[in-house]
Design a protein around this ligand. Sequence first.
Ligand code: BES
Ligand code: ZN
Length: 635
Amino acid sequence: MTKLLSFSLLFSALLFVSCGSDASNDTANSDKDSTNQDSLVIPQDDHSYSNSDDVFTKHLHLDLNVDFETSILSGSVTHDIENLTGATTMIFDMNDEKISHITLDDDTVGTEFTIGEDDELLGSPLTVTIKPETKKLTIYYETDPGSNALQWLTPQQTSGKKHPYLYTQGQAVLTRTWIPCQDTPLKRITYSAKIQTPKNLMAVMSADNPTEKSADGIYNFDMPQPIPTYLIALAVGDLTFATLGERTGVYTEPNMLQKCVSEFVDVEKMVIAAEELYGEYKWGRYDIIVLPPSFPFGGMENPKLTFATPTIIAGDRSLVSLIAHELAHSWSGNLVTNATWDDFWLNEGFTVYIENRIMEKVYSKEYSDMLLSIEYQGLINENEDILSGSHPEDTHLKLDLEGRDPDEGMTAIAYVKGALFLKTLEAAVGREKFDPFLKSYFDTYAFQAITTEIFIDYLNTNLLEPNKIDFNTDEWIHGEGIPDNCIVIDSDRFDIVTEKAKLITTVTTSKELNVKKEDWTTHEWIHFIRQIPAEADASKMEMLDKEFNFSNCGNAEIMSEWYLISIQKGYDKINKPMETFLINVGRRKYLQPLYEELAKTEDGLAFAKQIYAKARPNYHSVSSGTIDEILNWKE
Ligand code: BES
Ligand code: ZN
């Protein structure tokens, strides 16, 4: 569904003027001639109702009160708007908010508005009557206690157990469940906020942040860099702050602070490494908030303030590549943004590639190769699964998610096939050409939203054609599966691990394997667990567990891999620790495979439901939505 924006001369002239020097609302339009212009025009966003081509928000101001008693945010959002076409209505996205009234400019009498039919995923269009000269529009509203973006935690669900906690998750289409806005990555806004919290708590946002609690519970925020709405974020809790480096720091609950500081010693180095590769870090500070364990993702790249799961605090810094990933989004995703969720790989594939480059630079190539090799195995499996399912076209980098949840694009295809496409290009042209190319790509499209087609055009013009390189780009972008020329990632250290794993079926005690726990790193152990031979039965699992104690090792990556294989092999000594894990941890990446595996047998399904009844109240809607489907759960 492409809207041919630029076919009206007048229209594109207007568009051009408005985009000119103002970074806040740029969507990239290529200056190519009309021959292939069709494909380079910015398309419509199938996941937003807004009429942002005509009239859009440049800046929004939130004035919200946080009420833990009722689980409601209440107050107002003011939109500073730009009306390009003299539109007399402005359409926003909303989902379940209660709106009391809407005012224009300095009027106190409300203007008319209608709320369209409700779609479970996309919410409803909110159509507001405006005047062509309206500059400001204020929506007075409150959120629904069940708002999908928000998770309200009781003190019991936090680490300190004394204070309640609230955090938001906006990507992909959830910001509209707490802020009525034009919720599309096509447009960028700056924002400011005044947040009133209970007195003993601190509020932080994807903005310039306080480092201490205020006396009155009021916090004022400013986000001067323009961002898409999915990156607006808020967390409120008993937070403390510690400095990591010159521009880096960490927020978390007091009893977690020291652990986090020690886990994140290398974060400032990561920022420096990324800047050396791709140019200046454009967001001022880079801080991290380590959230309660219910956070449904590993990390979320909210600008200036990455949101992270506490499951990466392994105690040995072995899972910090996740920080490299979220930091990498400061270039891919936050600076240059996917125009629609069909172009999601532009965010995630680039980010996995950059994450790996950062890990190589800060640690070593040996280590970054192990990390990528683990990802590659995941890709091979997921690619096969998708190809044999009902949407084999989901293995294309360019997706078509119209009518579907953008979450369905969150597969290893966008992440790992995307990264390997860039790796393969890198190998074809050499780093001395590829690195400056990527840097200039980020400079050229900074603070803009772009499509896959625009990237491909840029790639052809600036890298492939000048270097006379023939590349099967089209196959990578629009073809199924993984192209034959995909670069191979191998690791000598993993080869040794593979050989050891083969011995599992022949030895009678783990001692005969001749490896000690401390001989290998986390990722070697993950590889080992994945390589446990198909013939090894539950007794072999018990033999390994006795020696290496995977079931209770405390490293979430290792435990989740171990539980998965244990379920497959009917090794039921994991039941207790796995139950504890599933009740405490809300990270969907771990939950989904475990519940899916359990649901394959009748007994397993019954066990899964029994655990889920206890665990579900601890999960964010993103995770419970997925698990509800797997278990066919009705509230
Ligand atoms: N931006 C994503 C998380 C996301 C994607 C949320 C789509 C909602 C919709 C984040 O950067 C991410 O990729 N997180 C991964 C981290 C991993 C790849 C290192 C995660 O949470 O597992
Ligand atoms: Zn990501």
